[in-house]
Write a protein that binds this ligand. Structure first.
Ligand SMILES: Nc1nc2c(c(=O)[nH]1)N[C@H]1C(S)=C(S)[C@@H](COP(=O)(O)OP(=O)(O)OC[C@H]3O[C@@H](n4cnc5c(=O)[nH]c(N)nc54)[C@H](O)[C@@H]3O)O[C@H]1N2
Ligand SMILES: Nc1nc2c(c(=O)[nH]1)N[C@H]1C(S)=C(S)[C@@H](COP(=O)(O)OP(=O)(O)OC[C@H]3O[C@@H](n4cnc5c(=O)[nH]c(N)nc54)[C@H](O)[C@@H]3O)O[C@H]1N2
Ligand SMILES: [Mo]
Length: 692
């Protein structure tokens, strides 16, 4: 028997991007471990990826190309050859492209975060074709835009510093589920005497383990941050020297914060005045003592109407108290802006001969149902889905389903499994998993460039995304030499090796070593130098004014809340959020039995005070509904959900739920204030006992 160890990288949409060691015995991957030498992975994997072989060798892996034989959505297919599949797709796309290339739409997101199997050959293909562009904003863009207005780029505190913080505010994140290797550092900080505070409407796994939990109403985070600023200024818990040297617009911020008394903030957030004042004092007084204070702000904050403004506002706090002076102080939203990724080389936007429209992935439900018009452009006639599961993860799901049901729509899905979306494919193509292909990765929670080597041969007739688009390009007669590049040639262009941060990036060396840290200062803004237009942390942003926003931090209330939409709240009085379940990764892994068993079935956490008037008892089935749709779940009566809030951990495969539906039946397609992002957690519903 020959046994080898292969260096790999976790491909999943998670900040941790772990370094993996794959044990391969006679061509079969038998074990996936976290690399003990990689500083942030530290030999630890989450339960999902520790079971990656179970997913890869799953009996339901797609192994051959298939053509639909049943109705759309029914999931009946017959096996065809690659030759037949490619010929049929090329003929259909070629016919549409001859008339209206923009009637073709790619739909992809982060099934893999790889720079190569994500958007490289696929983007080249769609650019050459002149297809519609996709606005890939369904996850993080509101926060990115908001953070960038304040800080200048998504650069922040290094994960490897948090263990030295003395106060960590975990703001709208549940790292035990979604950012484990940050949680390990936060726990180490706690052991060394730090206080951890969770700000979250829900008593998440993480909130339970922090010394303090502030359960505000969803979408009110900016009001809390403004109330904190009020107290910091009133009690002079400021770093005046840092403010004078490295910030812009303190007088304007001071005037705004003056409007936000702790009483007003507390009222808006549905918390106590003591919570607002205490949080500000904990933060400001620790900073005054010279202790590092850090904020880990996550995506939970930004899936509401004012999500961009919330992150922009929270991102002002570290500069007020001088937290950036310390390597273990400051704030982290994402580290992705630290990487000099060479996206233009990979995706070749220059292949696009004229400007085309952009379709937002969040509004796919409406857009698939639109006719052609001068404003919209041509009706969408073909969708190519890869690295994504829109039927499960896009909001307002009934509309998404109606769109994909259109008989005149040609749908191709590249997948590992027969997901909810795959059921609607006309042609279903088998894609390789991370163990079967090559890739280069950046991370959004740490600072290492990562390499993924192929550990095993592709299963069945599965092919990497790149190879599928390479073959399609050849069928379509695209003869630019860029369509002939191999995956290694693509990976070699992943980072700009002339950039000081990725100096000496060399793909062959990275493949051998597995990972390489960027050259970044430990405390990125200790001496200012923010990558904003002014070079300062911008409390006042002229760019925001030019973009049509309030240039100073402010509070933008939710679309759907009891306070801001009382009329709607008469019918639908409960706020619903649907954050990630620990054992799933968005909708990935839901079909892995051991992980699904750990989650059990779709649940709805609901407060006892909201159950009594509805006659709901623990463990019974309830129906959650609003004007957009409904789904059923088993009620868990618990104070973990604050009164007035219900929580349905997500994202379930619809077809594995008893009613064939999931939480996205009730979420809306409305977009955030910034970044054209979704508002999954800005949803009012009613709950009742389900019909037996
Ligand atoms: N196990 C697991 N890990 C994951 C994922 C997964 O599906 N499963 N998904 C990955 C992806 S794609 C992403 S984007 C990240 C997301 O992970 P996080 O950044 O942690 O964000 P969420 O899980 O959306 O929400 C985190 C917490 O925010 C709370 N929250 C909801 N609304 C609000 C609000 O208005 N204000 C505040 N302060 N808190 C609120 C929720 O109750 C939840 O506990 O995780 C990644 N990691
Ligand atoms: N209600 C609600 N909805 C949500 C969220 C929520 O918190 N609540 N979270 C939102 C967020 S943050 C995000 S990021 C989106 C995520 O939405 P998606 O990016 O669509 O994520 P997944 O649901 O994991 O689907 C990814 C699919 O890609 C496939 N895949 C993986 N690797 C490859 C590959 O190499 N090739 C091909 N062809 N396929 C591959 C997987 O098998 C999987 O089915 O969901 C959003 N939807
Ligand atoms: Mo995400």
């Amino acid at each position: 028997m020959t046994t080898t160890q292969v260096r790999a990288a976790c491909p999943h949409d998670c900040p941790d991007t772990c370094a993996l060691l794959i044990t391969v015995e006679d061509g079969v991957a038998t074990e996936v471990r976290g690399d003990p030498d990689h500083p942030t992975t530290a030999g630890v994997l989450c339960t999902k990826v520790a079971r990656y072989t179970e997913r890869t060798y799953h009996p339901e892996r797609l192994l051959y190309p298939m053509r639909r034989v049943g109705r759309k959505g029914e999931g009946k297919f017959e096996r065809i050859s690659w030759d037949q599949a490619l010929a049929e797709i090329a003929a259909r796309l070629g016919g549409i492209a001859a008339r209206a290339p923009q009637a073709i739409l790619p739909y992809s997101y982060c099934g893999t975060m790889g720079l190569v199997q994500g958007e490289s050959m696929s983007s080249r293909f769609f650019n050459q074709l002149g297809a519609s562009q996709l606005d890939r904003t369904i996850c993080a863009m509101a926060g990115f835009v908001g953070y960038t207005y304040t800080i200048g780029a998504t650069i922040g505190t290094d994960l490897e510093q948090f263990q030295d913080s003395k106060l960590i505010i975990i703001w709208g994140g549940n790292p035990i589920a979604s950012n484990l290797h940050f949680w390990m550092r936060a726990q180490e900080a706690k052991r060394r005497g730090a206080k951890l505070i969770a700000i979250d409407p829900y008593r998440s796994l993480t909130a339970e383990k922090c010394q303090q939990h502030i359960a505000l109403l969803p979408g009110t985070d900016a009001a809390l941050a403004l109330g904190m600023m009020h107290v910091l200024i009133r009690e002079n818990l400021l770093d005046e020297d840092y403010i004078a040297r490295h910030t812009l617009g303190f007088p304007q911020l001071k005037a705004r914060a003056a409007e936000w008394t702790p009483e007003r903030a507390a009222q808006t957030c549905g918390i106590t005045v003591d919570e607002v004042v205490g949080l500000a004092r904990d933060y400001g007084q620790a900073a005054q003592r010279g202790e590092p204070v850090a904020i880990r702000v996550n995506y939970g904050v930004q899936r509401v109407r004012g999500g961009g403004m919330s992150v922009r506002t929270i991102a002002c706090l570290p500069a007020l108290v001088g937290a950036w002076r310390h390597a273990a102080g400051g704030i982290q939203l994402s580290s992705s802006g630290s990487f000099p990724a060479n996206r233009a080389a990979l995706q070749r936007p220059d292949l696009l001969k004229q400007p085309v429209r952009t379709i937002n992935m969040t509004t796919i439900g409406d857009d698939l149902l639109k006719d052609g018009s001068p404003e919209f452009g041509p009706k969408i006639e073909a969708v190519i889905v890869y690295n994504a599961n829109p039927l499960a993860i896009a909001p307002d799901s009934a509309k998404v389903m109606q769109g994909f049901q259109r008989e005149d729509l040609f749908t191709v899905v590249l997948e590992h499994f027969q997901t909810d979306s795959a059921d609607y494919a006309d042609i279903l193509l088998p894609a390789t998993t991370q163990l079967e292909h090559v890739d280069a990765h950046l991370a959004y929670g740490h600072l290492y460039m990562m390499a993924n080597n192929a550990a095993i041969a592709p299963l069945g007739e599965a092919k990497p995304n790149t190879e599928i688009f390479r073959l399609l390009a050849a069928r379509m007669g695209f003869d630019d030499p860029c369509f002939g590049q191999s995956d290694d040639q693509l990976a070699a262009q992943a980072f700009d090796g002339r950039d000081a941060r990725a100096l000496h990036f060399d793909w062959d060396a990275l493949k051998r070593r597995g990972w390489q840290k960027l050259n970044m200062p430990d405390a990125p803004f200790a001496a200012g130098g923010f990558p904003t237009p002014s070079g300062k942390c911008e409390f006042y942003s002229a760019t925001m004014l030019a973009d049509g926003y309030d240039p100073v931090p402010t509070y933008i209330p939710p679309y759907e809340s009891v306070a801001t939409n009382p009329e709607l709240a008469l019918k639908y009085p409960l706020a619903m959020i649907s954050p990630p379940a620990r054992n799933f990764l968005n909708s990935s892994f839901v079909n892995v039995k051991s992980l699904r068993s750990a989650e059990g079935e779709p649940h709805l956490d609901i407060h006892p005070a909201d159950c009594a008037p509805r006659g709901i008892v623990d463990g019974e089935m309830v129906r959650i509904f609003n004007d957009r749709g409904s789904f059923v779940a088993r009620a868990r009566v618990t104070p973990k959900a604050r009164a007035g809030l219900v929580v349905g951990l997500s994202v379930w495969w619809k077809k594995l739920a008893s009613d064939g539906k999931n939480a996205n039946e009730v979420t809306s397609q409305r977009l955030t204030d910034m970044g054209r992002a979704p508002t999954f957690y800005d949803t009012l519903v009613q709950v009742e006992k389900a019909a037996p």
